[in-house]
Design a protein around this ligand. Structure first.
Ligand code: NDP
Length: 466
């Protein structure tokens, strides 16, 4: 057998039993790769979950007999469509749109839309697959889905963004609905894009169906704290990791990659809780600011002017400086919070972080750490929180937005933030409890994968062969 899927449990369980289930999981994984050729990010996301499943199958063999794992890996529906639009020069442009409705056992499909040139089916499927378990971990009634386009919003005018969003929604509208599928934002899709998408949905359907999209503006159906939720949530999760070990964020040095929605509000919450973020980045490089990142300046540059972090270093002046090559993970830190994109933190980066004394890594982005990096953290005792647990605050608050829309209510910032903090505490407890139950104390990856899997698998079994 290649891979040794649950080798670490070998000492504690019947060797023949473990190897039987490891082989079963390996066969299932080989089948996923064969059925979904070329979708490397999807394979990676499946592998990460499968790495935890051998232990579950030993304890609960009925999951192996029911075909539940095969069913989980096959999306319920995959939609791919043409998105034609006209640029400012009058030229017709064509992009490809995607919506993968992965699993609706727990509720309507829920997950964001990503607009980025790297988007193809394999990226959307990895994100959708992750979303199933993440959404299950929140304990809220939401299934898993994801969508997006290979459209590159960088350098596009407001008019071009609007026309693209309108064309995208002109096809997407027929597949979504507040009880069916509820998209939100992700990379390249923020409040402005959700506005254009919602406006077009409303026009086509003649329905003010607030619950069809989340991440809306506060004056037209949005929720307090949704903008901040993913970044705040990941820092709440870090706070739980520290508190569980008798520590807190006060005085801690933190590096946050990215400078988009998740990164900005992770920086905000770290500073509120007494830590100091000394570096952040974008796809052009990273900036180091030993005085602590000036969040208002960064928001102005990235959020309002849609500029670069290099502009931040220029405007801020010394001691801040910009580095265009190399890796942000070269910057020494106590805590690392990757918030940019998938596979942005590799084995070399992990080795650098470990050498500089980093003790906690919490994923704000989806799958930012490579499998080799995760292995390095685990073998050197660095506490590692996977995205499906640590960044679940965004989708959890989206579910709170849906609750408010359904009851035609709107909650205060304080109340919503408290709910978010409670949800993150619940996810943290669930991960630790599950890891303990499976004999791997402190293993957040195992805890998150198994707790998410059993929740959704049990619901699917209860619903018959679906
Ligand atoms: P944004 O588009 O707001 O920001 C993305 C940031 O990451 C930007 O700073 C961008 O830099 C940087 N980035 C993107 N691609 C690359 C790359 N290839 N190399 C280096 N930097 C890159 O997205 P979000 O903040 O919303 O999302 C960030 C991550 O968090 C994603 O993995 C997303 O899936 C995940 N996430 C988001 C949630 C949300 O609520 N928004 C919820 C849960 C997870 P540049 O400006 O140069 O493009």
């Amino acid at each position: 057998m290649s891979g040794g899927l649950t080798g670490r449990f070998g000492e504690r369980m019947e060797v023949c039993e473990v190897s039987f289930f490891d082989e079963k999981v390996q066969d299932l994984y080989d089948e996923v790769v064969a059925r979904n050729p070329g979708e490397v990010e999807f394979h990676q996301a499946v592998r990460e979950v499968f790495d935890s499943l051998g232990a579950v199958l030993v304890k609960h063999p009925h999951y192996a007999d029911s075909g539940i794992i095969e069913r989980l890996c096959e999306p319920e529906r995959q939609i791919i469509f043409r998105v034609p639009w006209v640029d400012d020069a009058g030229a017709v442009r064509i992009n490809r749109g995607f919506r993968v409705e992965f699993n609706s056992a727990l509720g309507p499909y829920k997950g964001g839309l990503r607009f980025h040139p790297s988007v193809y089916l394999g990226v959307i499927k990895f994100l959708g697959f992750e979303q199933i378990f993440k959404n299950a971990l929140t304990g809220l009634p939401i299934g898993g889905g994801k969508g997006g386009s290979d459209f590159d919003p960088k350098g596009r005018s407001d008019g071009e963004i609007m026309r693209f969003c309108q064309s995208f929604m002109t096809e997407l509208y027929r597949h979504i609905g507040e009880h069916t599928d509820v998209p939100a934002g992700d990379i390249g899709v923020g409040g402005r894009e959700i506005g254009y998408l919602f406006g077009q949905y409303k026009r086509i359907t003649n329905r003010y169906e607030s619950g069809v999209l989340t991440g809306k503006g506060l004056s037209w159906g949005g929720s307090q704290v949704r903008t901040e939720a993913t970044g705040y949530g990941v820092v709440f999760f870090v706070r739980e990791m520290l508190n569980a070990r008798g520590q807190d964020l006060d005085g801690k040095r933190v590096v946050v990659s990215g400078s988009g929605n998740v990164a900005l509000y992770a920086i905000d919450k770290v500073h509120q809780l007494g830590g100091r973020v000394v570096a952040c980045s974008d796809s052009g490089g990273y900036v180091v600011d030993e005085d602590g990142i000036d969040l208002e300046l960064l928001k102005q540059i990235k959020g309002v002017q849609r500029g670069r972090v290099s502009d931040y270093a220029e405007k801020r002046g010394a001691p801040a400086y910009f580095v265009s090559s190399g890796s942000i993970w070269d910057v020494p830190t106590d805590i690392a919070i990757p918030c940019a994109t998938q596979n942005e933190l590799n084995a070399d980066d992990a080795a650098n972080l470990i050498a500089h004394g980093c003790t906690i890594v919490a994923e704000g982005a989806n799958m930012p750490s490579t499998p080799e990096a995760i292995k390095a953290f685990s073998s050197s005792g660095v506490l590692f929180a996977p995205g499906k647990a640590a960044n679940a605050g965004g989708v959890a608050t989206s579910a709170l937005e849906m609750q408010q829309n359904a009851s035609r209510d709107s909650w205060s910032f304080e109340h919503t933030e408290l709910r978010l903090a409670q949800i993150m505490r619940g996810i943290h407890e669930n991960c630790l409890r599950t890891a303990d139950e499976y004999g791997a104390p402190g293993d957040y990856v195992l805890g998150a994968n198994i707790a998410g899997f059993t929740h959704v698998a049990d619901a699917m079994l209860a619903l018959g062969v679906i």
